[in-house]
Design a binder for this molecule. Structure first.
Ligand code: DQA
Length: 144
């Protein structure tokens, strides 16, 4: 069975409450349930580990832990750390598997400070602006 690790960065545990006009009204758990249901509808039976942390170093350690597990791809929404974290970029560069960076919103249409995405320099695929379908599309990008 194919295994995926999906890492979510700071404030994504607040989805549902957080700027619903930008990120939608679903909680992270509801997006997880939506993703798992829809991916099964597409006929895929996957082992997906979901991880969320508000702490940069914990995210770095989780990325490092992916080196010792057999994953098909690493999917990450680094959230605000995408725009600031050299440490997360450097950790992602160590990963030998495909990396998909996800943003629920289309950051290209947003603030100037969101235009720079350091972590995207390590990504093979970038999915933006797809809201609750973002993680589903990230998985499908590695399955189709
Ligand atoms: C985000 C976009 C980032 O700019 C922001 O800081 C987030 C969420 C997104 O999913 O659209 O926290 O990564």
């Amino acid at each position: 069975m194919k295994k995926f690790l999906i890492i979510n960065g700071p404030n994504l545990n607040m989805l549902g409450l957080r700027e619903p006009d930008v990120y939608g009204s679903l909680t992270l758990n509801e997006i997880i349930a939506h993703t798992e249901t829809r991916v099964k509808d597409f006929g895929f039976d996957l082992n997906v580990e979901w991880y969320q942390s508000n702490i940069e170093g914990e995210i770095v350690s989780k990325i490092q832990s992916a080196l010792s597990i057999d994953i098909t791809a690493l999917i990450i929404n680094p959230a605000a750390y995408s725009h600031t974290s050299v440490a997360i970029l450097d950790a992602l560069k160590i990963v030998k598997k495909p990396i998909v960076e996800v943003h629920l919103s289309n950051t290209n249409k947003r603030d100037e400070f969101r235009q720079k995405k350091l972590t995207a320099m390590a990504a093979d695929v970038i999915i933006e602006g797809q809201g609750k379908n973002s993680y589903l599309l990230a998985l499908l990008s590695q399955l189709l």
